[in-house]
Design a protein around this ligand. Structure first.
Ligand code: ATP
Length: 240
């Protein structure tokens, strides 16, 4: 069995124009594991996700997926290797129906029979979307749109799901429902996730590993239990 992590990031630097945002960060996502990136606004969490999926022009360092270096690949190749990104702000196509959004999620796949099964599988996780499959995505509620964004990413049958602030702007009950579904997908399918989340308490319950970023540097890394138990983390991020 291959024991190497699914994703390994080493010495990642990123900049926008002349501004350096990531200063050499290291972290891993284990096979079937969930790693969460925590940190204050502007710490570089979204930038890290963008770098992993090849969306940034100016990066330095190594990003390895399942033993293959991917940092120089274009986004489309990274998607084909099984990395799906649920960006902040959701990124569904507002003018298209739920159904069309889901089918677009599978655009890189040729295994049509399996795609049809996955279409039913995501409705199993998100039955509310099934009822609304002909509805325009832009007219869904915020929670439904987030569920659609996750579902669209699942249609890729990814090995690694990148989630950027999935709880953002959602009512607490919807957030709880969404995180229970994510936990179930991780548990039952062994799908690995890299989760960026402002709600640290929630993120540390879903994740097994955590990494705390401050102004583009990793200042703490460990199991979710270790990080949740740290006094400074408790005060700054867990409100206790
Ligand atoms: P938040 O929780 O507020 O989303 P974050 O940890 O995800 O924060 P990033 O969005 O990665 O932080 O931003 C890190 C830094 O990079 C910030 O100072 C931000 O202003 C800057 N930045 C982000 N995107 C760009 C861009 N396109 N051009 C210039 N600077 C940017």
């Amino acid at each position: 069995m291959n024991e190497a992590p699914l994703l390994e990031v080493r010495g990642l630097h990123a900049q926008y124009g002349a501004t350096q945002v990531l200063h050499g960060i290291d972290f891993k996502v284990e096979r079937g594991g969930v790693t969460t990136l925590l940190g204050a606004n502007g710490a570089g969490k979204t930038t890290t996700l963008r770098a992993v999926c090849g969306m940034l022009a100016r990066t330095r360092g190594e990003i390895t997926l399942d033993g293959c270096r991917i940092e120089a690949l274009p986004t489309e190749s990274i998607v084909r290797l099984g990395v799906a990104h649920v960006p902040d702000g959701r990124g569904t196509f507002a003018e298209l129906s739920v159904d069309e959004n889901l089918r677009l999620g599978a655009y890189t796949r040729r295994d049509k029979a399996q795609v049809a099964q996955d279409y039913e599988r995501v409705f199993g996780y998100f039955p509310r979307l099934k009822e609304r499959r002909r509805q325009q995505a832009g007219t869904l509620s915020g929670g439904e749109q987030q569920m659609l964004a996750v579902s669209r990413a699942l249609m890729l049958r990814p090995r690694l799901l990148l989630l950027d602030e999935p709880s953002f702007g959602l009512a607490p009950l919807i957030v709880q429902e969404l995180f229970e579904i994510l936990a179930s997908i991780n548990r039952t399918e062994g799908m690995a996730m890299l989760l960026v989340e402002q709600n640290a308490a929630l993120a540390l319950r879903l994740a097994q590993q955590a990494c705390l970023l401050e102004t583009g540097r990793v200042v703490m890394t460990g199991t979710a239990t270790q990080v949740a138990g740290d006094e400074a983390v408790r005060r700054a991020y867990l409100g206790s």
